[in-house]
Design a protein around this ligand. Sequence first.
Ligand code: AQP
Length: 355
Amino acid sequence: EPLVFSGVQPTGNLHLGNYLGAIRRWVALQENNNCIYCVVDQHAITQAISVWGGPSELLRNTREVTAAFLAAGVDPKKHIVFNQSRVRQHSELAWIFNCIARMGWLNRMTQFKDKAGKDRENASVGLYVYPNLMAADILVYRATHVPVGEDQKQHLELTRDIAQKFNTDFSDRISELGLGIETQSGDETISSFFPLTEPVIGGPAARLMSLRDGTKKMSKSDPSDLSRINLIDDADTISKKIRKAKTDSDPLPSEVDGLKDRPEADNLVGIYAALTDTDKETVLRNFGGQQFSIFKPVLAELAVEKLSPIADEMRRISADPGYVDNVLKDGGERASVLAEKTMHKVRDIVGFLQD
Ligand code: AQP
């Protein structure tokens, strides 16, 4: 049976990319699947304390991200919403995955290179092994589908490699204990315990770019606030940011092909398409030939219309922090039961003595 898992880090400045690339798609997946949505607070502390802001900031951001999930339409009763650190089995499984994943695999992770920057010697070990914890987040529920933005693709490939190596290394033991399902691995049939998780990536907002530089990802950590639309921005701020967004001076093309080598134009058209649930072709059919002086105000109005209700709802939900805390506590309890079911089996598979 399909099971959906995804998470967002409570690192502040939740933006339109996080919403369109991930959270909004989570809401759609709730219809036909069981879903687990997580505020990944243990990931948030992998960078320097000056980046994640320290304990009070982490608590504040954990509540704010949860409020964003709920305001966007995540249903914490039918599905599970919790913060990662409450469910100890994530880090327990991550340790085992630290022993499964190879140094060479992690050395290829581009996000580590980006986030560590030039001073790699000074990056935390946690930042380096973060993809193993992410694999554990997913596989501790044996989740089959993970909706994320394009930037997470490589980490999901690593998650599959880890699952595959675990299944292969322990294949005999998994079948001896009767805990696997027979799957094909190359020419061999092996008994698999972990599924090979499918990334759910796509649509016109899989990778939103900075409003100041169409070659850079829209990101929470960009020092320029003008580079992103934050979910809590008010109408004036959203309009100003779109008005000031970098563009070239040509009118919009009528075909998607014409967006090639025009990253800023491509980005704004993608945002319009995602906000209206269409595709870039449709947007260009309506706006091809128009100048940005026409397109930008229409886009700004649309963004305000779609985002303002979410920001209002976030403020309403945040006014009662007790409510948010209870959602996370209840979700954490339900997640722990599921995670422990998996971990009990994993300990048996690995050969850790337990009752
Ligand atoms: N620009 C983006 N376009 C589409 N999706 C995006 N996501 C992030 N940026 C974009 C998706 O949002 C989800 C949550 O991301 P995260 O909190 O795990 O952090 P991140 O991937 O490191 O994203 P940020 O916001 O850009 O933070 P920093 O500045 O720290 O790098 C994920 O599904 C992600 O793909």
